[in-house]
Design a binder for this molecule. Structure first.
Ligand SMILES: Cc1ncc(C[n+]2csc(CCOP(=O)(O)OP(=O)(O)O)c2C)c(N)n1
Ligand SMILES: [Mg+2]
Length: 311
């Protein structure tokens, strides 16, 4: 989580310097949700996620160098510089995006789960999306099918309380969704998205159920983003107050875990300082690597992309 945090702080810096173009959505504040959830997976399980994907890619084990190079739009990026911030992919890690259309990837993830079942595998698919995606028809269609066909998929709603600058508090809308989930014959759980161990527990149980019984599950992680919606949105902006933000920053997932670990005697100040220095070095290395990587050549625009569909 610390690596994710420091990495994205460098992303913000690189964006300000014009090294990253296009959209750039930071995950700062939400690290416990992705980290706790992804920690429960096997390497052959699948992840399909939204445009807010850098930290989850790190949690999955994609090299920070390949992620930063992708953000810089360079050839050594994990999507060969053609995807950018919102479209991180790694076939090797079964990390199938990074998608820009709100809710658009939910049917894709459901298709992955269908394919797993069709082939008789015991993998699962973990699908992340924001709470605003539940207003999208694709969400309802996909959950209906997953419930009907009993697919091995775990849907994780990252309820960070805001959907691109709107001031809507969506807790009640999400509760309506809980009712829907029942209609789709799907179990639902709510978890504190700032508590990495709680997320790991709840998602871990769901993964186990999906793997052994091929049952889908809908999990709502209550979280909060500490930065703006994207780099073009101010940190507190017009739709939330600084006081509200400050209140949530008190439940910074990294601070919470640090306090727990220090209380248990699992890490001390010197250990933390070392960890911080180590992750900063990884981020600096990623930046230098990305900066030195060439832009994709013009011919790459017309390159065929060969996708291995056999495994
Ligand atoms: C179908 C669609 N409609 C609108 C947009 C524009 N848009 C981009 S992000 C966003 C808000 C999504 O909020 P949420 O799902 O809560 O995710 P968060 O950004 O909070 O992580 C919107 C409306 C889009 N990308 N796709
Ligand atoms: Mg949101």
């Amino acid at each position: 989580m610390l690596l994710q945090r420091r990495f994205e702080e460098r992303c913000a810096e690189a964006y300000a310097l014009g090294k990253i173009g296009g959209f750039c959505h930071l995950y700062i504040g939400q690290e416990a949700t992705g980290t706790g959830a992804i920690a429960t997976l096997r390497p052959d399980d699948y992840i399909v996620t939204t445009y807010r994907d850098h930290a989850q890619a790190i949690a999955r084990g994609i090299a920070p160098r390949a992620i930063m190079a992708e953000l810089f739009g360079r050839s050594d990026g994990c999507s060969h510089g053609k995807g950018g911030s919102m479209h991180l992919f790694s076939r090797e890690h079964n990390f199938l995006g990074g998608h820009g259309i709100v809710g658009g990837h939910i049917p894709l993830a459901t298709g992955v789960a269908f394919a797993i079942k069709y082939r008789g595998g015991d993998q699962v698919c973990l699908c992340f999306f924001g709470e605003a995606a539940v207003n999208n028809g694709a969400f309802h269609e996909a959950l209906n099918m997953a419930g009907l066909w009993k697919l091995p998929i775990i849907y994780v709603i990252e309820n960070n309380r805001y959907g691109m600058g709107t001031a809507l508090e969506r807790a009640s809308a999400i509760n309506d969704i809980a009712e829907r989930a029942r209609a789709y014959a799907m179990e639902r759980a709510v978890v504190d998205g700032q508590d990495v161990l709680a997320v790991r527990q709840v998602v871990g149980d769901a993964v186990q159920r999906a793997r052994t019984e091929q049952l889908p599950m809908l999990i709502e992680a209550r979280t909060y983003r500490f930065m703006g919606h994207s780099m073009s949105d101010a940190v507190s902006g017009t739709y939330r107050s600084k006081a509200e933000l400050d209140e949530h920053v008190k439940r910074d997932p990294i601070v919470l875990l640090r306090a727990l670990m220090q209380g248990n005697g699992e890490i001390d100040d010197a250990g933390l300082a070392q960890l911080d220095a180590d992750v900063r070095a990884i981020c600096e290395d990623a930046w230098q690597f990305a900066d030195a990587s060439p832009e994709p050549p013009l011919e790459a625009l017309l390159e065929d992309v060969t996708v291995d569909t056999t495994s």
